[in-house]
Ligand binder design. Structure first.
Ligand SMILES: [Zn+2]
Ligand SMILES: [Zn+2]
Length: 259
């Protein structure tokens, strides 16, 4: 299982940190975790192609986590190469369906690819799904009414992507024993942001979950990534990485390692 950070940033418009998106290669499948603006440019610049995408997971419908869904919907109809070959599953909270319908109303059928090309799979917390041999489970993330946390398992490895969320005991249970926990560290310990995690809370959550390693991401300018790692390390003894765009981690039986 391999994860590439496409966007380690937030809604802030920055060249060095694109909006939230991650490229997961697991069980022979390619899965995008969120599609913040700039995700496609990063994916292509990092040597991948849209044709490699089997599934897209949207954690919650804030624009910086899903803005690049719009160019995908358009390309699935009007990019002849992609439209002919792509078979993509979109997985998101059921609350996203009306938003997609509203997009269709605003743009007409320009953004309405056929169900053969794009399978819409709407879920609620506790639902499960499968992409090939990749097992996917969901839980409630504490951030937006339509937020979901995602647990992804393949080939004996597991990753938990919380998206934006506060810490809850349910999420600690949900992430139990994951090889890698991805936490969105949006505020500082001194100035936490409502609806988000902050560095020491990320470390506490990873420790409570018994996770193997921790990836801190979703950095606003006010958060110093190195300070965030140090703060999380005060609570969690496993490996901790501060995400930057382009960071690649491989999860093996020996743990997570940077490529
Ligand atoms: Zn959000
Ligand atoms: Zn966010």
């Amino acid at each position: 299982m391999r994860i590439t950070v496409l966007g380690s940033g937030t809604c802030e418009l920055r060249s060095e940190r694109s909006s939230p998106a991650y490229w997961l290669q697991a069980g022979g499948r390619g899965i995008l975790l969120d599609l913040g603006q700039g995700a496609w440019r990063r994916l292509l610049d990092y040597g991948h192609q849209a044709a490699e995408v089997d599934a897209v997971i949207i954690s919650h419908p804030h624009p910086d986590h899903m803005a690049d869904l719009i160019p995908l919907l358009f390309a699935l109809i009007y990019d002849p190469q992609l439209a002919a070959t792509a078979r993509i599953t979109l997985l998101a909270h059921t609350g996203l369906e009306p938003l997609l319908l509203a997009l269709n109303q605003a743009w007409g059928d320009w953004l309405n690819p056929s169900p053969e090309v794009l399978t819409r799979h709407w879920l609620k917390a506790g639902d499960q799904a499968q992409v090939g041999s990749v097992q996917i489970a969901t839980a409630t993330a504490q951030h937006h009414p339509y937020s979901l946390a995602w647990r992804i398992q393949a080939g004996g490895r597991s990753l938990v992507y919380l998206g934006d969320s506060e810490a809850t005991s349910e999420l600690a249970r949900f992430a139990r024993g994951a090889d890698l926990l991805i936490c969105h560290c949006a505020g500082t310990d001194q100035e936490p942001k409502t609806g988000h995690l902050y560095p020491s809370a990320c470390g506490q959550l990873a420790a409570a979950a018994g996770a193997g390693s921790l990836l801190l991401s979703h950095f606003y300018r006010v958060v110093d990534p190195e300070e965030a790692v140090a703060s999380a390390a005060g609570h969690f003894g496993g490996d901790i990485w501060a995400a930057c765009d382009g960071l690649r981690l491989e999860l093996t039986a020996d743990g997570a390692a940077e490529l």
